[in-house]
Write a protein that binds this ligand. Sequence first.
Ligand code: BDP
Length: 677
Amino acid sequence: MRYFRLYILLFLMIPFSIFAEDGSQLWLRFPAKNGISADKIISKGNNPTLNIAKKELMNHWQGQEIELRTDKSLKNLKGGYTIKSVQNKLVISAEKEIGLLYGVYHILRLQQTKSALANLNITEKPSYDVRILNHWDNLDGTIERGYAGHSLWKWEDLPNTISPRYEEYARANASIGINATVLNNVNASPNMLRKDYLEKVKALADIFRPYGIKVYLSVNFSSPKVLGGLENSDPLNKEVQKWWKDKASEIYKLIPDFGGFLVKANSEGQPGPQDYGRTHADGANMMADVLKPYGGIVMWRAFVYSPSKEDRAKQAYLEFVPLDGKFRDNVIIQIKNGPVDFQPREAFNPLFGALKKTSEMVEFQITQEYLGFSNHLVYLAPLFKETLDSDTYADGKGSTIAKITDGTLRPAKLTAISAVANIGEDKNWTGHHFAQANWYAFGRLAWNHNLSSEQIADEWIKMTFTDNEKFINPVKEMMLTSRETAVDYMMPLGLHHIFAGGHHYGPEPWGDYKGGRPDWSPVYYHQANAKGIGFDRTKTGSNAVSQYFPPLNDIYGNIKTTPENLILWFHHVPWDYQMKNGKTFWEELSYKYDTGVKNVREYQKVWEKVQPYLDEERFQHIQSRLKIQAKDAVWWKDACLLYFQTYSKMPIPYDIERPVHELEDLKKIKLNMGHHN
Ligand code: BDP
């Protein structure tokens, strides 16, 4: 009887398991179990990575015979590969097995997107050596700024119990070329380096290794004192140096290919070398020295600022430029794309290019801390591209951030690119199904920063949903415009950091944390008053423009030549200032908010029209989130326009929908999502 029930139950579950679309498969939807037989794969050797490559082919490759060939002469491809059609077979060649695995994912992608498979002659070389995700996961299972559930890493169960998701995670990353991961929060617990935790880390590293993924850790600068019981953590203290040296040796015994450390020091209350009167270089070099014998690196973050009279946007540059040339060659400075903090739009960080003798890498944020969490559909490739394509003029015209960081302009010893992950234990990994596209896009751009946002969206849609044009075209258009739409309904025209304090979800332009930190107050950033609005960063203001190379310092320093999408980033703009299209600044601001709202309303229509082309489960999930996004967009528009109107005293243009909220009601909204800043 019991068995009978079980069978009924299993029977009932079959249709669900076939049709249930929880998004857990990500973009990896290759035809199941229909691949070529083992005798159609020619390869030599027996290596775990090669075995994965073969397994993927046997499970999913429906094309011709394949040869997988390692070839030492391909070292210059830096982990890349070639794919060539040779008579009746496809030959994938790479220096090492990991390149072969990447090549296999490449042809599976071509198959999945129904791209041409004849006469292939492909050579792929990654833009960056280290393509790394930063997880802000805490040891208690929570994730700082995570919106897809708890941490994937089950620290309590490790190393004995291994979740199947560890390997799925590694496979997903390998499929897009990500080859490194920082497991824990930059606000790091010293316990991460405890022996028992290192054994857990080793278990993860062992699972990730065949997929070509190296493990790195965020470390707390005070670890020697807190964990080792030393008197202090002064980087010039011999005992402290010895403590790190012993720690490194302990780590590498467990994990011989350990990647290195990520460090947030002297920032937002974290300890650092300055606590002992030392510099960032002293701190970074001490760690670099102990990692050097093992080939490890230090990613030292430039995200530093403290409450001071100095414009927050200037502080990282002021601290780091004087240290240029003082860092060891296995130190790389990890720089957020903008000089403030992962805002919907920022001017690029002027540190890029300014460090001439030091390796630099970009840090992006995939998790949508400042972009509506996992409720808003915001495709981030255009934001990533905007940064990478920004011309710093550091070595003359054409000195884009991509070229500064990938080593083409200045042969850099280390090249890397990083992003804060949006991955959690939600079934669909990222909370919003479309947020998977941002993980995907980061990986693809880290591999090849020349890909366009459109190409990546096109691939991702075909792999994740369908190749039906009726779905692809409108959905792609929605994705491609979604970042600008979010900027429009949140912070158009260079506005920044007017989020509600703490959780950063909704608007709080009135936020003025008197007695708290002014540089965490929205009013610090928008500076609205009876005259106008915006942060004066020109010579008459904080002079942050002077941190940019010519001609950008002049371009940004002049209101007439500043791109209008950054006008409030650099200027305090009179309400009646005439914009290029003839409208007053106030009118333009109003229309921007309105456009943002209208676009989201349009996305709702787009989505309902494509319903016939996808499964019900994902359709509804996304539909419900678009409703939240539409409501939030109206909330943003009303809050910002009603509040700024108290200064502009000008009418909201009459062809714009009237606010549906009262400002005083909006001020009372307190979301219970607490956080420090
Ligand atoms: C801020 C986040 C904070 C992070 C910090 C960082 O609000 O949670 O710790 O960035 O990057 O944007 O260190």
